[in-house]
Design a binder for this molecule. Structure first.
Ligand code: CA
Ligand code: CA
Length: 106
């Protein structure tokens, strides 16, 4: 981890339509993580190393099409299975729960 990686990440967030989400431990390793939705809809996971840095450098793309939601929140482990979850709100008001299972969506 170096400072330039954090600067890159902040630059993406400042791009206007990229949305960063923080809510806790997404991958179940006990260290807080951050998610970011890029303007093209890719969902990127930044795994925190517990010491103000990342385990996986510039992040790992774990999904696509996430720009179709009017809002996405990262509530932490919403269904209490040990992995973080996401809730996407559609423009018509429906809320969809996405449950991460460590290697994919369950
Ligand atoms: Ca983690
Ligand atoms: Ca969960």
């Amino acid at each position: 981890m170096d400072v330039s990686e954090i600067e890159n990440f902040i630059h993406l967030e400042d791009g206007g339509t990229s949305r960063a989400l923080a809510g806790g431990d997404f991958d179940g390793d006990g260290r807080p993580d951050v998610l970011n939705i890029l303007p093209d809809g890719r969902l990127v996971l930044y795994r925190g190393n517990g010491a103000a840095g990342w385990i996986n450098g510039l992040g790992q793309v774990i999904g696509s099409g996430w720009n179709g939601f009017s809002q996405v929140v990262f509530p932490g482990d919403f269904n209490h299975d040990g992995f973080g979850d996401l809730i996407g709100f559609l423009p018509d008001g429906r809320a969809l729960l996405y449950s991460w299972k460590g290697t994919g969506w369950g």
